[in-house]
Design a binder for this molecule. Structure first.
Ligand SMILES: [Zn+2]
Ligand SMILES: [Zn+2]
Length: 358
């Protein structure tokens, strides 16, 4: 089987033949049908996100179950599953409190070794998944079975970007009908925030991105206004569009401290700033505290859209099937596994809203 392996900061992924390490217990072997290319994969490649090499990258996938371990009870051979980047063990402290996106099984899965390379070295898999491969060994807690005829390339996006973005709007921010929303960064996650805000009934959705393709896609997917930061200070642009007040919810979906500060500055008094983009691991934010208190402001981090995978994945599928959530328009490029590095080149230049490996 082939897998795309991160071998060190700055190096291209190495697509090579590997041997899976024997699966056991509650593990499942799945054949990948489609895998989304997420910015977090690029962060690993660039050394901005800890991911000790060698690691099979890819963490956004739709797959068919090919084999199940002797202790597996949740999935069956032949079933179609979306892989969840956060496992749901169902019994840990967080799972029992309906915070399954914080499941304690996540950390141990990160270090589980999955494949042996031809030089004898062994690799783990990003988020315990490693979807840039023909086949992947995953824990059953990472699998959410789905029943739908939707194309796998759309379902794959639910595994990370769509859930992160839609969930940030619907679960973390709880956007309500009539609310105003600003989204800084309109790639796969940002456009998912925009769609979530549209589905929730936001009156105004401001899409902020320097790339014209992304602004156009954002408008197509539900943004009411597009803001080009190259036309002038985006905070001033948002203020002038909102009567000087700012928005109810400002989302930062890039992971850049300056943009987080902008998001805070374009949030109205009493509003909420939601941090979604994953920054470099050593980024910190300096925030004046007095206005936080006197202006009754909230800053929230949103991990995996505060989602519950087994509740939200079917909910998002229903929204696609009823025509209210459009994932097809988000997919702007498709690549084979051997060309995975081209997908990252497209991401660097901003040519793609979301690419998929099929
Ligand atoms: Zn991701
Ligand atoms: Zn758990």
């Amino acid at each position: 089987m082939r897998a795309a392996i991160y071998v060190g900061p700055g190096a291209e992924l190495s697509v090579e033949d590997v041997e899976p390490i024997a699966a056991e217990g509650r593990e499942v072997i799945v054949r990948m049908e489609a895998s989304g290319v997420c910015h977090s994969d690029l962060s690993v490649i660039d050394g901005n996100f800890p991911g000790p090499p060698p690691t099979v990258l890819g963490h956004e996938g739709c797959a068919i179950v090919e084999w199940v371990g002797p202790e597996v009870t949740r999935v069956k051979v032949g079933q179609r599953v979306i892989l969840s980047l956060s496992p749901v063990c169902g019994t840990c402290w967080h799972c029992l409190r309906n915070e399954t996106h914080l499941c304690e099984l996540g950390l141990p899965l990160l270090g589980t070794l999955r494949v042996r390379r031809s030089d004898g070295s062994v690799a783990n898999a990003l988020m315990g998944l490693g979807t840039f491969a023909d086949v992947a060994t995953v824990h059953e807690a990472s699998c959410v079975p789905v029943e739908t005829d939707l194309p796998s390339e759309q379902l794959a996006l639910i595994g990370c970007g769509v859930t992160t973005g839609l969930g940030a709007a619907l679960n973390t921010a709880e956007v309500r009908a009539g609310d105003t929303v600003a989204v800084i960064g309109c790639g796969g996650v940002g456009t998912s925030v925009i769609q979530g805000a549209r589905i929730a009934g936001a009156s105004r959705i401001y899409a902020i991105d320097p790339v014209a393709l992304k602004r156009d896609t954002a408008l197509q997917l539900g943004a009411t206004d597009a803001v080009d930061p190259d036309d002038g200070d985006p905070v001033e642009q948002i203020r002038s569009l909102t009567g000087g007040r700012g928005v109810d919810h400002a989302f930062e979906v890039v992971g850049n401290a300056d943009l987080m500060t902008q998001a805070l500055a374009m949030t109205r008094r009493g509003g909420t700033t939601i941090l979604v983009g994953v920054p470099k691991y050593d980024v910190s934010l300096s925030v004046p505290v007095l206005p936080l208190i006197t202006q009754d402001r909230t800053i929230k981090g949103s991990y995996y859209g505060s989602s519950r995978a087994h509740r939200d994945f079917p909910r998002f599928i229903d929204l696609i099937e009823s025509g209210r959530l459009d994932l097809d328009a988000m997919i702007t490029k498709r690549f084979g596994l051997d060309d995975v590095n081209d997908a990252f080149a497209a991401m660097r230049t901003g040519e793609a809203v979301r690419s998929v490996i099929i």
